[in-house]
Structures are given as C-alpha cells and as structure tokens.
Design a protein around this ligand. Structure first.
Ligand code: NDP
Length: 499
C-alpha cells in the first residue's frame, strides 16, 4: 500500500500525523491538566485514535468469514473462441490478473482453518471488459438446490441461539430432512472435507453457467480448477490436531509458499454441454446437487491459474475483497440453476451491508477497465466522472449502453409456482452419492467416510435424527448405510421419518 511504501527505508522517521495530516506532538502521552490531571476533550489526536480503533472492524462475512487470499494471473492455454466471446479468453497465451480468496464456510473470523467444512474458492478476474467473478467451492456440488433453503441451511450449521454453540444435532436434523444434501454431505465427511492446504485442493465453479460465442451460439458449462500440487487431505485426526496446533495453518501455508516463490497453480478444465442437450438430459443439468459425469461431458483443459503475489495489507485487500457471482462479462452468463440466480442478489447485497454502498470503489474491488455508470453518490464515494450527465437518455454525450452485446438468455414460460424443477428421467438424490461411495473412493476412503460420519453423528445427535439419517444413507448404498447403522448401534432398518 502507498502509506507503507512511504515509510519503508526511512533513515530518519517521518513525523507522526493525525489522519488529517497534522503533525502530532506525542506518540505516548495524552494531553492532561498537569501530570496527574484529567484528560482534555481538546486532545483531538487521542480522541481520533480511540474512535478510529473502535471502528477497525467491518462485520465479518456471515459465511466464509475466515479466509486467505493471493493475487496472480490466469493464462489461456487453448482456443475457446468456438464457445465464448469473452475478451479475456479470446487468445491463447493471454494473461489476466486474478485475485483468489479461499475460505472455510461455517467458522468465524478467528476459527481454525483445518476444521471439517467445504472450502470457498473465489476468483476475481480483472478483465478488460470489467470484473469477472467466479465464486466457487472445493466441491463440484452443494447441499441444496433452491436458495429459499439457504438461510435455514446455514442456521443449522452455525451457533444455536440458546447456547451460542454449534450443534451436530441441528446439522443432521436439517440434512436428514433434506435428501438432496446427501451427495455434498458425503463429500464433506470424506477426507476431502479436511484438505491439507488450500494449495492441495481443487476449485469448482459448481454451478452451470452459459457461454456464448461471437456468432451467438450458446453452451452450458462447468468450471473445474484442478490443483497442480495434487490433492492432499488430512485425516480427521490430523485435522483435529492441527486446529489446536496452528489455527492459521492454511493461511500460513499459502502465504509462506508464495513467499518462497513456490507459486501454486491450477489447471482449468471445462465441461461443455451443447445448449440443446439440457432439455432432455437424463437428469436436470442445472441441479447444483449433481455433477455432470465426465463420461457424458469430458473435461477440456483451457487455461492455468497461478498465484504469485501475497497481499500487502490483509484487511484492505482480502477482508474487504468482495466477490459477486453477478459479475459476468460479455460471453458468460447465468443458467436456470436456482442457487446461482439467488446468489446474484445475495452477494452484492451482503457487500453493501458489510463494506458499504461504494465497495466497488475500493482498490481491490475496482475494475481495471473504465467505469461509466450513472450510479452516483452514497457513503464514501470518491471516484466520479466529473460533470458528466447523471441521467440517461441525455443530449450531452453521456455514456450509452451497447445493445449489440446481447443477453446470455434462454427461453422459458409457465405459471408462477413454488416447486421443484421439472423432473428429468433420472433425477434422484442418491445415485451420485452412491457412485462416489461405490466407484470413486478406495477402501481407505470408504472406511474414513464411514468412521467420519459415525464420529460426527455420535456427538449429541438425537436417536430419531440418527435413525432418519441412516435410512437415507441406506438409500445411497445399502452396505454403506448398514456400516453407519452398526457404528451407531442401530440394529435394524427403521421407518421413522422415512420418505
Ligand atoms: P469419473 O470416474 O469420470 O470421475 C470421478 C471424479 O471423482 C474424478 O475425476 C475426480 O474428479 C473425483 N474424485 C476422485 N477421487 C475422489 C475422492 N476421493 N473424493 C471425491 N471425488 C473424487 O466419474 P463421474 O464423473 O461419473 O462421477 C462419479 C462420482 O464422482 C460423482 O457422482 C461424484 O460423486 C464424484 N465426482 C465427480 C466429479 C465430476 O465433475 N464428474 C467431480 C468430483 C467428484 P476431480 O479430478 O475433479 O477431483
């Protein structure tokens, strides 16, 4: 930051000033009436220090509060112009500056990095067409498929109103009443729920997005950032031990690796579905609780993400960083994924509350392209376009929108309803979780998954909730469910709460 740079390498220290730049007369002593006397209201410097200190914190994020980040670049390694016209992706070899922020989800600002949790994987691409934000996780799926359940889901994961402690009973109560959560819960309870570091995990855009090429052709896409460091996870015991040993373990690992010039990198692979496939795909391709099997849409490598620069000021550049899935550049758009559509609102709304109306004017958030917006004023605004027209249309050469850019759109019709998605032939909440257990995890992975679930469900979860959850695990895979039942001492299948 400029202020730090000014102070570096000064053989004679500069004079302390107030924040208004007025020289201060003491760094140590308040102004008092005699050495033992009362303090004075006119000691503006003291009052400014105390008042400013009281305001040092902005509210922490409700979710993803504990995070770490770094800067770097994204480089295009394959021609993607057949699928998208996004300018930052339009040439092999092109590089775009990126900010990445990794995080846990449920813990607070000071919580331990290594707790079992999904990890946020948020990227901001500073493109020539404005900021493109891809706000993903280290899992390709999520617990729910409708934003109406998001606040309830998070409430079940965070601290309870009476005890102010987290409740495994609440977590399993919600999950066992939400069968769509099982696939993500299986990921979470597997060893991927305790990654060894942020460098050793994949990142996924998770949602289905739209790409549009220069000819206006549309595609549905999924992003997979594959770690070049290799996947490495802690066991449950190792992760638990590390929460005590070094709560900032992941933050330290990321910072120190970059400081050692060991720059972490990820390969970007895309799954690309022709627009027309979606309607009759065997399951709903916009359902965030499901992956697209690789055999259906093989991932195609198109680029590389490298992180090579630590932040200079954590608060200014990481704590105040604001990512919003709604930031999409021409050639990239939304999809009927309801969770994505809900997030388009909730992220910028959270930033306005947490950081302030003009959060996009902070250096870390402002685009590197020019801004010609008719939005004006509001708290802390300092960038403006001078005396240009403040309304559109106008007769005075104000900026004009470019309708030729078009919308990334799809057609739809129907009554206004509150319902699940239109059913596809193979929509099912259990098949993919079962495939993970049966086909992807090796024996050790399966053993750890079972013991992690049994351990987690053994901590204060009521019997009827355990039984309901076990019934769902049996539907995922009968052998898997039986192993969990045995671990919990549940002898035989039960019908309590079975749906
Ligand atoms: P594939 O065999 O083609 O792909 C399975 C993928 O699973 C791998 O490519 C790898 O993806 C991921 N994987 C490997 N080991 C683990 C692990 N220990 N824990 C979690 N994921 C792992 O099969 P499908 O595409 O048909 O998917 C089968 C199941 O695999 C899915 O139901 C899902 O549970 C899981 N999966 C699928 C992904 C997808 O996008 N299709 C992605 C991740 C998991 P990666 O390189 O991304 O880690």
């Amino acid at each position: 930051m400029p202020d730090n740079d000014q102070n570096k390498n000064q053989s004679v220290p500069r004079t302390t000033t107030t924040d208004a730049g007025i020289p201060a007369t003491s760094d140590e002593y308040s102004l008092s009436v005699g050495p033992d006397g009362p303090l004075l209201l006119q000691d503006h410097y003291l009052i400014q220090k105390m008042a400013q200190f009281n305001r040092e914190r902005v509210p922490e994020r409700v979710v993803h509060a504990k995070g770490s980040g770094a800067f770097g670049y994204f480089e295009v390694t394959a021609d993607v112009t057949p699928w998208t016209k996004a300018a930052f992706l339009n040439k092999v070899g092109k590089r775009t500056t990126v900010l990445a922020r990794f995080s846990t989800v449920a813990g607070e600002l000071g919580s331990a990095d290594t707790q079992r949790d999904p990890r946020g994987f948020a990227l901001k691409f500073y493109t020539e067409e404005g900021n493109y934000d891809l706000v993903g996780n280290n899992t390709p799926i999520f617990f729910i498929r409708d934003p109406s359940k998001f606040a309830d889901f998070i409430h079940s994961q965070k601290r309870m109103p009476d005890t102010d402690m987290r409740s495994h009973n609440a977590m399993w109560d919600f999950w066992s009443l939400s069968p769509e959560a099982l696939h993500q819960v299986a990921f979470l309870m597997s060893d991927r729920g305790t990654p060894k570091s942020y460098r050793h995990m994949n990142g996924y855009g998770s949602h289905t997005f739209m790409w549009v090429n220069a000819a206006g052709e549309r595609f549905w896409v999924k992003y997979h950032f594959k770690t070049e460091q290799g996947i490495q996870n802690f066991t449950d015991a190792e992760a638990t031990a590390m929460t005590a040993q070094d709560p900032d373990y992941h933050r330290r690992d990321l910072h120190d690796a970059i400081a050692r010039n060991e720059f972490p990198a990820w390969r970007l692979e895309m799954q690309i579905m022709p627009f027309e496939d979606a309607a009759n795909y065997r399951f709903n391709p916009f359902d965030l609780t499901k992956v697209w099997p690789h055999s259906d849409y093989p991932p195609i490598t198109i680029g590389r993400l490298v992180l090579d620069r630590n932040p200079e000021n954590f608060f200014a550049e990481i704590e105040q960083a604001s990512f919003e899935p709604a930031n999409m550049v021409p050639g990239i758009g939304t999809s009927p994924d309801k969770m994505l559509l809900g997030r388009l609102f909730s992220y910028p709304d959270a930033h306005r509350h947490r950081i302030g109306t003009n959060y996009l004017q902070l250096p870390v958030n402002q685009p590197q392209s020019e801004v010609h917006s008719y939005n004006k004023d509001g708290g802390m605004r300092y960038r403006h376009n001078g005396n240009q027209p403040v309304y559109a249309p106008n007769s005075y050469s104000g900026p004009q929108a470019d309708s030729s850019l078009g919308e990334a759109s799809w057609s739809t019709s129907g009554e206004l309803v509150r319902s699940a998605y239109t059913l596809h032939a193979e929509d099912n909440d259990f098949i993919q979780a079962g495939n993970l257990y049966r086909h992807i995890l090796d024996k050790t992975g399966r053993d750890h998954l079972v013991s992690n679930i049994v351990g987690h469900m053994s901590q204060g979860v009521e019997r009827f909730v355990q039984e309901r959850a076990v019934n769902l695990w049996r539907k995922v895979d009968s052998n898997f469910g039986e192993r969990i039942a045995q671990g919990l001492g549940i002898a035989a299948p039960t019908t309590v709460g079975d749906d």
